[in-house]
Write a protein that binds this ligand. Sequence first.
Ligand SMILES: [Zn+2]
Length: 275
Amino acid sequence: MPHAKPPRAISVRFVMLLLAAAVDIGLSSSGRAASDLDRAYRTIAGKKFVDLTHSFAPDTPVWSGFGQARMTPAADPKTREPYTIPKDGFRTTFYEMVGQYGTHVDPPAHFAENGVTMDKIPVKQMILPLVVLDDTRFLAKDPNHAFSVADLMVWEKAHGRVPKGAFAALRTDMYKDWDTNPERFKRSEFPAWSLETVKFLVEKRGVTAIGHESMDTDTTEKMESETYMLQQGHFQIEIMANLDKVPAKGALIVVTWPKVKDGLGFSARAFAILP
Ligand SMILES: [Zn+2]
């Protein structure tokens, strides 16, 4: 025989509704922020990511003044016995290398006596809007083309103004030599920035950082653009990869590196999140 609906069930449901309403009214700003962030994460997770970093090894290109890295099995300092998984349950590597090895960050302190070291660069500068300036269209005529302000004006006509706070990366496609022709990768001269462009990007567009595929900022060993950039307090990423797989505008770049105390530069990991 059918039971009449017990009044208790209704009252429980009513209390639940009241609670839900109370939660809704009292929703804190942190609650809303979490939900914005959750939406942002779901958006980002659905996007295509492009790794802008080279793998590096003892035999990969490096400036001759720094020398090749050495990577050996880490050993117990007392016994000098390398750790192995069968013997010790773990293994690890002992690295001997200059900080500026492979794709790397140059913090201001690399070129400026009182510049910011890599541990002090604000983490908010590790995720930025990314613009990719294309130097490759000039390379057939001028293989070591320094990207000029006039070139930048043409780029802005097509893509709009470089946004304030952006990370401006210079595409040259020389990253393709990294694995296949390391000797060519190490050449000097090579395509890179002109000082006037780097100055313009900092002073007129307010970029946060720059990056490029070569081992240096300038097309030659003058180092004037690199000196300017770092002495103005901006970091840069060198030896970037895959910039030909990122659109001119609309992507985000994420760049991270180890937090070495008073660090003057280190291998970095950079990737783009495509629009
Ligand atoms: Zn560097």
